[in-house]
Design a protein around this ligand. Structure first.
Ligand code: C5P
Length: 231
């Protein structure tokens, strides 16, 4: 299969020397790329700025901002059978990037932020993607409710949820512990393990999902599940 994976944070410039970003290290997305390659898949990795090298054999597309990530995904997703959106995309960017370094003149400084495009949310609708779609959800409370809501709203087949209120897993850690929610209502807990193991398990679930969809088509069920995705 051909996998498209987004990874890392995005960086939203404020002025020539400052930016808004988040604590994503890219480790989970890069582990997914390694896992998919190890299982014989092709991988395109659309990555925000991270400190880790891209796994050998991936097609790496480097981006900085959410809008750059959006455009890179728009350009690559047509080639993919599965897309995993693991990046921690900044929800907002600064409305007007200052041309010069902002001086500390007043006691307070107000920045106006505007919404960034929702890349995962565009996959089914704007990009017309019909492959296996995987989203991530980083939540600090009410994990299951938010995860299921996100899965449906964004037309995902799988939604991987992690609890970022914990400091021992997820952001910038080598281990993770996640719950995977499926479109058909099933869910599965993946107990705490190195991100490489979690990644392999997720890639295997994507493969199973792809086989199930292929099986449905082969069985002559043309009104197959991809048609109602994204609703
Ligand atoms: O809505 P929320 O940001 O919590 O959704 C998280 C999921 O959506 C992740 O899979 C993330 O990669 C993706 N996302 C995106 N573009 C955004 C925001 C989130 O692709 N602007």
């Amino acid at each position: 299969m051909r996998f498209l994976i987004t990874a890392g944070p995005t960086r939203e410039p404020i002025d020539p020397v400052r930016y808004l970003s988040n604590r994503s290290s890219g480790k989970m997305g890069y582990a997914l790329a390694v896992a998919a390659l190890a299982r014989g898949h092709e991988v395109t990795l659309v990555s925000g700025p991270v400190a880790i090298p891209a796994p050998e054999g991936t097609k790496l597309v480097r981006v900085e901002t959410a809008r750059e990530m959006h455009d890179a995904v728009a350009g690559e997703i047509g080639e993919a059978d599965a897309a995993i959106f693991c990046a921690a995309v900044a929800d907002y960017r600064v409305a007007e990037i200052a041309g010069e370094k902002i001086k500390k003149t007043g006691e307070t400084l107000t920045l106006t932020l505007v919404r960034n495009p929702d890349i995962l949310g565009s996959a089914r609708s704007a990009f017309g993607f019909r492959g296996i779609l995987v989203g991530f959800a980083a939540e600090t409370e009410d994990l299951e409710r938010h995860a299921l809501d996100k899965l449906r709203r964004k037309g995902c087949d799988l939604l991987v949820a992690n609890d970022v209120s914990r400091t021992d897993i997820a952001f910038d850690c080598d281990e993770n512990e996640v719950a995977v929610f499926f479109r058909d209502g099933r869910h599965m807990a993946l107990p705490r393990a190195p991100k490489g193991e979690i990644a392999s398990a997720i890639v295997r679930e994507v493969e199973k999902c792809a086989s199930a969809v292929a099986g449905l088509s082969e069985a002559g069920s043309d009104v197959e599940t991809t048609l109602d995705r994204g609703q």
